[in-house]
Design a protein around this ligand. Structure first.
Ligand code: DMJ
Length: 817
């Protein structure tokens, strides 16, 4: 490693890096992928070496000016102090990356430094955010501890050094993690059981001005649960788990009537501050940790939370035309479910990864696409992008760009490459490698600076930011490297790790837990702590810490595990009793909520992929270019990127010539073939939203999916049965001459067939249910409701054969039984 390497030398090396580059030729042979991994590793080495040469032991290195960067000691209220506290952040957040990159020499060096400085590392008079400290520092320490104590490193030459390091390791990282935990846990000293967002590491809660602690966010309240529970389980000190699970459940029970959680809350009054929700900033990792927590701890109640929350998101947030169309999850009012903004944020790109983990592959592909389009146009994901804007396509480019990009920075956030990695592991579609290839080449050509990697200060102008947050290496480069590890060479992908049930934390630290290891660890920890306290009372448990523990335990004596148990929902009884299935000729059915218990393994639009050689499923997806049509005013390429057209002559990832030619090589190309390579025209039909009955939480009124029917039954497999008609419906309005979401032209015949009772005029229309309470319906499925459910309202008219008219309009796929 070249710590003292002057910037000039790096500048000289840059051209040779790009010379190494494959010319965007999409072979993705084992040799090619190995080369891409090597190139990604060079980016890591450049960043890490720069940090060690110019940043260490500060928290970060500034990638343009090559200076160390840490907390602001003058202005304590500076938000940058949320994550920076002079605690060797780059090192702690990247310990596991050193394992991934097999940088054993570096690992040994930084472990030695941490060992020597452990007594004072967190004794910092700075105000930090519990959330950031949790995910970056505590997660980093816990994971490194697990890697050093709970991995059966094979007896192979490449692991000889790490086996040695493990043997020498005395468990000090867990002591450090505990020290940190004890400093952070005062945040939970509230009457409401919701934590304060910030603490002072050295002086506790009292040293934090109240205005810095009067607002916290849903992610801040729920996310600590996973890392803190792990800390409890590994140390045997249950306070961390008890307090954080209590807050998790408390906030879950504060969800709105629609089952939605707002973004920010006052922890003292336990009152929501806003009534907006989305899947991005401030609320993102609540969903993420409901799924991941359920995996790490095998907790079914967390999984149930996720399924309910997910149904609510599908009902109220999901915006798409047809059931196979790109979907974006907008921001809505938690009370009414109405859309309240026309932007989505960069953090929301993680969502597709969680959808993959939750087994919803088709949904994941549909929500990932819009972020790929952002890369197509901006070579980045702007912090906030507007899908709708006031501009028209005739307005000047600058004006369109101004209206399209609401927050203009891109600090090299990892979320898009993170979900790309998940999607590739789940589908093996080469399009995801192509995305990785483009990102790698943009990083090499645009974001690589003298001392690391610098993202955009302004996506619109191309101005760079003199900051490299720790997630750039710790998440982005890690996911990129693992994406190219198709051969499963990295230890995380190897069989000796597959029994661990590990899952990446929100900060990309792979975490896992087994009770067997937990009890062994807790016993060992107690013994070590006991010895330490005996020998070094003063430095290990300061008076403030001891007194806090005492008060907290008094509180816990009354607020014990039973308080959490009361809030935990039992897995609901999902059996149907009120539908006479036999009379309806239905032999098998499934409650909609329990459909989440099965993983989807072959996403629909990629179905053909399994039969085809050298073909990306994307080229069979008819809606691939729908976003261009739909968002033509806000997907616009800024001038500075147009000037760089030499670097990326064709900015569409999915149309990179080499890739397109390779991965459509065996696709049918003539018109008569079933999979003729052609995209559908964007639908011209309009959509409308309506609420029938009481728009309650998704679990309030169970709905069912028909699985198997008698021949005589009017129902068909996949039909939706709603014994109570209640909730939000998305309808497509089909008018004469329009093109619908299935690419069908609405002709007189179509309307006449649907409504034989009516004279077809230019104004005739037919409605179609696209989605009912988040469940996809569309043209080929019918929603059935009981006649009883429609009796008490004038809104509906039922024809003799069970068709339903809503205020005079006919819904083609809606029937009563
Ligand atoms: C990271 O610190 C984590 O991924 C977190 O969950 C969200 N934000 C950043 C990266 O964007």
């Amino acid at each position: 490693m070249l710590y003292a390497l002057p910037c000039i030398v790096w500048a000289l090396l840059l051209p040779s890096l790009s010379a190494l580059r494959f010319d965007e030729h999409a072979a993705f042979t084992p040799a090619h992928l190995r080369e891409l991994k090597a190139q990604t590793k060079l980016l890591f080495q450049h960043s890490w070496d720069s940090y060690m040469a110019f940043g260490f032991p500060a928290d970060e290195v500034r990638p343009i000016s090559c200076e160390p960067y840490g907390p602001d000691y003058v202005d304590q209220l500076n938000m940058r102090n949320d994550a920076l506290a002079n605690v060797l952040l780059t090192v702690i957040d990247n310990l596991d990356l050193l394992f991934v990159m097999e940088e054993w020499g570096e690992l040994r060096k930084v472990l030695k430094y941490l060992h020597e400085n452990q007594a004072t590392l967190f004794e910092q008079d700075t105000i930090v955010q519990v959330f950031e400290a949790l995910i970056r520092w505590l997660g980093g320490l816990l994971l490194a501890h697990l890697l050093l104590t709970d991995v059966p490193w094979p007896d192979r030459p490449e692991y000889a050094e790490v086996r040695q390091i493990c043997e020498e390791y005395d468990g000090f990282l867990l002591i450090l993690a505990y020290d940190l935990g004890i400093r952070l846990i005062p945040a939970y000293q509230t009457e409401t059981n919701l934590p304060f967002p910030r603490v002072n590491l050295a002086k506790g809660l009292e040293a934090v001005p109240s205005k810095m602690n009067d607002e916290t966010c849903t992610s801040g309240v729920t996310t600590p649960y996973v890392e803190f529970s792990l800390l409890s389980k590994l140390t045997g000190d249950s306070q961390f788990e008890q307090l954080t699970s209590l807050s998790f459940w408390k906030i879950w029970h504060s969800r709105s009537g629609l089952g939605l959680l707002s973004m920010t809350i006052n922890p003292v009054k336990s009152e929501w501050i806003d009534s907006i929700t989305g899947v991005g900033a401030l609320v993102d990792s609540f969903y993420e940790y409901a799924v991941k927590g359920s995996i790490i701890f095998g907790d079914d109640s967390l999984w149930l939370i996720f399924t309910k929350a997910y149904m609510a998101l599908l009902s109220h947030l999901a915006q798409s035309n047809g059931i196979h169309d790109p979907t974006l999850f907008g921001n809505v009012n938690t009370g009414s479910g109405e859309l309240v903004s026309t932007w989505i944020d960069s953090l929301g790109a993680f969502w597709a990864g969680v959808q993959v983990l939750a087994g919803r592959l088709t949904d994941a592909i549909l929500s990932h696409l819009i972020y790929m389009k952002m890369w197509d146009y901006f070579d980045a994901v702007p912090e906030r992008w507007s899908f709708l804007s006031a501009s028209s396509k005739y307005d000047p480019l600058e004006e369109r760009i101004d209206n399209a990009i609401n927050l203009e920075w891109y600090p090299l956030r990892p979320e898009f490459i993170e979900s790309t990695y998940y999607l590739f592991r789940a589908t093996k579609d080469p399009m995801y490698l192509q995305i990785g290839l483009r990102i790698l080449s943009v990083f090499e050509s645009r974001f690589m600076t003298n001392c690391g990697l610098a993202g955009y200060q302004n996506v619109k102008t191309g101005e760079l930011q003199n900051r490299m947050e720790t997630f750039v290496m710790g998440e982005l480069l890690k996911y990129l490297y693992l994406l190219f590890d198709e051969a499963d060479e990295v230890f995380l992908h190897q069989p000796f790790m597959s029994r661990k049930n590990w899952v990446f934390s929100t900060e990309a630290h792979p975490l896992w837990y087994t009770s067997q290891y937990g009890s062994k660890s807790a016993q060992h920890f107690r013994d070590t702590l006991h010895k330490l306290q005996k020998h070094d009372k003063a430095s290990k448990v300061s008076p403030y810490k001891r007194s806090f523990i005492k008060t907290l335990w008094l509180k816990l004596a009354s607020a014990d595990r039973r308080m959490v148990d009361k809030l935990v929902e039992p897995p609901s009884d999902r059996n149907a009793t009120e539908v006479n299935w036999e009379r309806l000729g239905v032999k098998a059915f499934q409650p909609a909520l329990s459909s989440f218990d099965q993983c989807e393994v072959r996403p629909r639009q990629l179905k053909t992929h399994e039969h085809s050689f050298m073909q990306s499923g994307y080229y069979t997806w008819k809606s691939l270019f729908q976003p261009e049509a739909k968002f033509q005013n806000t997907l616009v390429r800024p001038p500075h990127l147009q000037r760089h057209s030499k670097l990326s002559p064709n900015h569409y990832i999915e149309l990179t010539p080499a890739f397109y030619h390779t991965y459509t090589a065996f696709a049918p190309k003539s018109k008569g073939d079933k999979l003729y390579l052609q995209c559908a025209r964007a639908p011209t039909t309009k959509e409308t939203d309506c609420v029938f009955g009481d728009p309650a939480k998704p679990e309030t009124h169970e709905m069912y999916i028909v699985k198997l029917t008698e021949k005589s039954s009017k129902m068909s497999p996949n039909d939706v049965v709603m014994p109570w008609l209640s909730g939000r419906f998305k309808l497509e309005v089909l008018r004469l001459g329009e093109l619908d979401s299935t690419n069908t032209l609405i002709t007189k015949d179509y309307i006449r067939k649907a409504r034989p009772d009516t004279w077809v005029s230019r104004k005739s229309e037919v409605l179609r249910i696209i989605r009912a309470n988040g469940v996809n319906v569309g043209r080929y499925r019918t929603v059935w409701t009981s006649r009883k459910a429609l009796l008490n309202t004038d809104m509906f008219k039922i024809s003799k054969d069970g068709r339903i008219y809503v205020q005079g309009s006919y819904i083609e796929n809606f029937r009563v039984y």
